[in-house]
Ligand binder design. Structure first.
Ligand code: FAD
Length: 504
């Protein structure tokens, strides 16, 4: 019995693709299972990588901890800066802006979340906006940053952050960080994928130089083309363009300049939106748009016309179809990164979805038989994660009051998934939000986008009425004072970067 189990163990694992997804997967698996697995990564310089991706979410810090990466060293290598959240401009109405800040809002008090106390304060004399009670938002507004696990001598929690970086450099950094000898890298173009006759599992890859790469388990990180999961296994793709209609992007760097903002900017345009991301060496810019409503030339003109500094080249075009692979795991092949799906970069979730896909694989690591029940469970959890992220993104488009262009009129009028409609309605009627299971975005994320998109709750939780009016005013004023004091101790973001992780 013991021998049978041993014989079925996966010994040879092959990763196809050396983009951010491929190298992140290789680094995590090498660390977790490097002594048990022979890991091979195949990539093709001729095909290259997608080469965009600049913003992340706080969960990426777990990658560093797990891999033992020194954060400052990494940020220097990837031209990185810090990110406290995303500022969303003109999504609700032209001229309006709000922040989806990471981290806590206010302080916990009693049994109901902070935002119900704040909801109760609306309309009272001297009431303040929600974001005056967020340390991350207040620091972002002043372009300040420091790593702060906990505010000293204060009940406030710390600052929760992520990074802006050059994702291609991050992939290369991870590659260099893997202990020598654990991952074999093969440069070559895969021209054929051979399947086992009896069960249709992938047996080997044929390279353009005539050599073959055999494996027990394959991870497809080949980007949009999905060379194994789609090309060889014909898994199918679920198209979400009716909910997330943008299908093209133009990306261009511009000279660094102006304040080094510790947040991503998303600026809604006539048929999509534009990102602005400060790196140490440049500002990353991109226009994500829907080709049914705007031509490529017009999209490029809008992008170039709104850069804050000189462009560093011509905009690079990218095409995509929002959605997900019908099965992320099919037979002995798991897709990660763009091969698994793409939901557009508005909330910077792609790199995180690779990370969580690897975590899930590690939690369910199979043997060579790849038990179908395990595969079903992996796919069920992946679908849940993708659909909740998808709904969060749809909210940014659906809950618009803009009617100035056909694109925004269509967004406002579209039918949305029932689960999202239920969530919006619950919030509108009661102010309540509940994080479901392991979904990525927590209550504070949903809250800020719901309120930022002007969905106003009709009431607050009755527990917030336990305080007298005066107690309520004092409580909220105290939170603002604590936030203000804490922010005043933080250095400007550019100073912090220069001091700790500035490039030579
Ligand atoms: P790729 O980078 O395309 O890599 C594919 C790899 O497969 C390459 O190494 C290629 O050589 C190899 N390959 C393919 N075919 C073959 C073959 N036949 N033989 C051998 N090798 C092959 N993510 C974020 O988290 N934050 C962001 O802000 C963000 N912004 C984005 C903006 C845009 C417009 C787009 C399109 C994506 C963005 N992403 C973002 C996603 C992010 O870029 C990707 O998740 C990430 O780069 C991973 O890409 P990948 O490794 O899956 O694919």
């Amino acid at each position: 019995m013991g021998d049978d189990i041993d014989d079925a163990r996966i010994r040879r694992l092959v990763i196809v693709g050396g983009g951010t997804a491929g190298w992140l997967t290789a680094a995590l698996l090498a660390r977790a299972l490097g002594s048990q697995l022979k890991i091979t990564l195949v990539e093709s310089a001729e095909i290259g990588t997608v080469g965009v991706g600049e913003a992340t979410i706080p969960q990426i810090l777990h990658v560093n901890r797990f891999l033992g990466i020194d954060e400052d060293d990494m940020l220097r290598a990837v031209h990185g800066t810090f990110k406290l959240g995303v500022q969303l401009n003109d999504f609700t109405r032209v001229g309006e802006s709000y922040l989806h800040a990471f981290g806590d809002l206010g302080l916990p008090l009693g049994l109901t979340p902070f935002h119900h106390y704040w909801l109760r304060s609306r309309g009272r004399p001297g009431a303040h906006g929600l974001w005056a009670h967020s340390l991350n938002a207040a620091a972002a507004a002043q372009n300040r940053f420091a790593r702060l696990d906990k505010v000293p001598n204060s009940p406030l929690g710390g600052i929760r952050y992520a990074y802006h970086f050059d994702a291609s450099l991050y992939g290369q950094y991870l590659r260099k960080h893997i202990a020598p000898g654990i991952v074999e890298r093969i440069e070559g173009k895969i021209v054929d994928v051979r399947l086992h006759a009896e069960d249709g599992h992938i047996e080997s890859l044929l390279l353009d130089n005539g050599s073959t790469v055999e494996g027990d388990f394959f991870i497809d990180c080949s980007g949009f083309r999905g060379l194994l999961i789609e090309g060889a296994l014909k898994t199918g793709y679920e198209n979400w363009q009716h909910w997330l209609p943008c299908d093209r992007a133009l990306a261009v760097g511009s000279a660094p300049g102006g304040p080094m903002r510790p947040y991503t900017q998303a600026l809604a345009r006539t048929a999509g939106w534009q990102w602005r991301i400060p790196l140490q060496t440049r500002t990353g810019n991109g226009h994500v748009y829907c080709s049914r409503f705007i031509s490529d030339d017009e999209a490029a003109a809008q992008l170039l016309g709104t850069l804050e500094t000189e462009p560093l080249g011509d905009p690079r075009p990218l095409r995509f179809v929002t959605g997900m692979r019908k099965l992320a795991w099919n037979r002995n092949c798991l897709a990660l990164g763009l091969a698994a799906g793409f939901m557009e970069p508005l909330e910077s979730t792609s790199i995180h979805l690779v990370q969580s896909g690897v975590n899930r694989l590690l939690a369910m690591f199979p043997d060579r038989h790849c038990d179908p029940k395990l595969i079903d469970e992996y796919n069920r959890q992946t679908r849940f994660e993708y659909e909740r992220v998808r709904d969060f993104l749809i909210l940014h488009y659906k809950a618009t009051e803009r009617t100035d262009t056909p694109f925004w009129r269509q967004c406002g009028a579209m039918e949305i998934p029932p689960e999202l409609a239920r969530r919006i309605e619950l919030f509108r009627r009661t102010g309540m939000i509940f994080r479901e299971g392991e979904e990525l975005f927590a209550e504070t994320g949903w809250l800020q986008v719901l309120l930022g998109q002007r969905i106003e709750p009709a009431r607050h939780h009755p527990l917030a009425d336990e305080l007298s009016d005066q107690q309520l005013d004092h409580f909220l004023a105290d939170v603002r004072t604590l936030v203000g004091r804490a922010v005043a101790t933080l250095p400007p973001h550019h100073e912090f970067v220069a001091r700790h992780c500035g490039m030579p």
